[in-house]
Structure formats: C-alpha cells, structure tokens
Design a protein around this ligand. Sequence first.
Ligand code: ZN
Length: 399
Amino acid sequence: MTPIINRKFFIANEEDILQGRTTDIYFKRTLEVLKAKGLMDVQIAAELTVSGLPRDWTWGVYCGLEEVLRLFEGKDIDIWGLPEGTIFPSRTQSGIRLPLMVIEGAYSHFCLLESPMLGMLSHSSGVATMASRCRKAAGDLPMIAFGVRRAHPAIAPMLDRSSYIGGCDGVSSILGSELLGREADGTMPHALILIIGQSVDAFRAFDEVMGPEVPRIVLADTYSDEKVEALAAAETIDLYGVRLDTPSSRRGSFPDIVREVRWELDLHGHKDVNIILSGGLDETTIPPLVQAGASGFGIGSSISSAPSIDFALDIVEKEGVPIAKKGKYGGRKYLYRCPNCLDFEVSLTKQIPICRNCNIEMINAEVKLMERGKRIVRAETPDAIRDRVLTQLSKMVVE
Ligand SMILES: [Zn+2]
C-alpha cells in the first residue's frame, strides 16, 4: 500500500484526533454495523477503570482529563467522574475497581474517540504519577522536568503539563511552559562551554548576555573536577547555583561528589550557592542526594518515559439494565471518598457509605463534568490541579 499521509512529520494533528482518525479500526467497523442494524441510539453507561497499576505502584495520579473533555465536547453524552489530579488506587480495599469516569449516552456518539481518550489518560497519568513519586522523594526541594528530549516533540506540551501537575516545580520546554502560563526553567548546556572554550569564560559570557530574570546556574562538570569548577564559578560571577550532570562513568558515588562540592563551597563562604543535580535521576536515586545536600533536581526520562497506566473503558449498563463482559462488574456504580483518610468506596446506590477506617460519612467523589456534550465545570488551571495533587500527597500515607 502506498503511504497516503502527506505531511512532514509522522504525527496526527488535532483534526485527525477529533475525527477519530487515530482510533482503532474496529471502532469504525462497529459503528458501521450499529448503523446498518438500526442500533445507533442504544443507550449505555460505560465506566473507566484500571485493573492494576504499573511496577509496584499502589496509587496513580489521574491526569489528562482536560484533553478528554475537549475531545468529547459537542458529543451528545453525559460524563461523570473524578476531578483531574485525583490520587487513586486501582481498587478499593475489598478489590473492586474504581469507576474513575462514567459516560452515559448512545455508544455510537463516542465510540470512535475511545482510543484517543484512553491514550490521553494512560500516557498523561503515567507521567504525572512518576512526577509525584519523584516529588515525594525530593521533599520540598525544587524539581524541574527536563525530559522532553526523550520523547517525540509533538507531545512536549502534554509531557510538561503532566510533569507539572504531578509535582514538578517547572518545565524546560518553551511550548510546555507557555501552556502552563509560566517561564521555562533551564541552566546551560555543555555545548555552550565547549564552544566558548574555557568554563569560566562561558560563565562570564552567560552572565553578561542573559537578562537579570535568568537565574545564574552554570554547569560545573565539563572538563575538570566538580568542586574545582564549582568554586571557580562562584568566584567568577554572582552565582545562584551550579548544576552537576556528572557522566555515570565518572560518578563513583554521586552523593559523595555532592557532599564534597557542598563542603568546598561552604568552606569558601559560598553557602548560598545551590547545587542542582541532573542525569538519570529517579525516585530511588533522589533520596540519598537530598541527604547529601542537593538543592534541587532536573529530572528527565524517568518522568517523560514513565510507564503508562492501562485504563480500560467497559459498558456496564445497556438501556438502564446492568450488563458486563466476563471479568468486569455490571451496573452503574457510585464512587465515594473519605475526606479524612482519602480511602475510596464503590457503591451500587447513592446512599453515602461510612469509612471503614475512620467511621465517618464519606463524600461523593464524582462530579458531573459534561451534560449532553456541554461542559458543566470550567476548565481548571494546571496550578489548581497541581495543588490538588500536592494536598493529597501531603495527607496520604503513601509508599
Ligand atoms: Zn477514612
């Protein structure tokens, strides 16, 4: 078959996605059969669940909802569900899968968009969850998402948004930061130092050319020892910090390098110079670096290449009657959450359950998000969603 997509890069554009052109072909064929058999108006309820989370994760960060609502806008369906930024386990204590979102309406109205919807949520939530795991590891220290270079550029804004919502304090891509309504964060690349020649000359040039709004964070690991370069930088310009991106072949113990650089800077009266670390960091390598005196982190591929979360959408009700495939539970369910311990409960009724841990009434966890294709909740800012994530992270006893 001759390729028929005529475009420069191998990406879908917004129109392709909205028209269902990135969907799996079997949804299109299903639609043809429904049409031929006069079943276009069959009303169903479908629920979004996760059977299990990747790796050893016990919770995930629900991310990507804003894109899904934009995808479904104008389709004659109702949508209920958790707000974006909810931290969720895949199942309740008794093992029932959480219905994270419920769609009500004619299946024909949205089946073509099922694949893109699941993809948006799966990918965004995986990235946001990994960012949150790194956030827990880094405590209160600043953490910038550096990972756009490890993924296709077409999704850089999505990656940066998800990283930020998960708890990163800033993002490095220009488009990603514009989407978030903030300045992009960055330091300097080795390329600049190599082209200028000497590290201190590069530090001076950077300081001369950059505006006052750009923090003076320079790379102190290009040619010689980290503590020598860090000290040289601190004595050359009014420095905010040094970044260490020591290659793994030269690391030995990265925490020990950090301790030594901190010691040397302090010894020479540069206690206010921060030590920012990058290069292959993740939730397991961050804690010893925090302990060693790191001031902040740039985190790349562990977040931008995080495993995706396998969301599934299943029909649970047809014309008001419970129905389900093998392995799933039929019937429209209602989701409740304890305001105290944040535990979830799934119920078949609208009767408020009591939290088994706290013995208090739970609250309705789902919100009506869309009515007959019209959004009934306003789009939230990334900051508001991120705050929701951070509040739950601080309240939850999570591993
Ligand atoms: Zn509780």
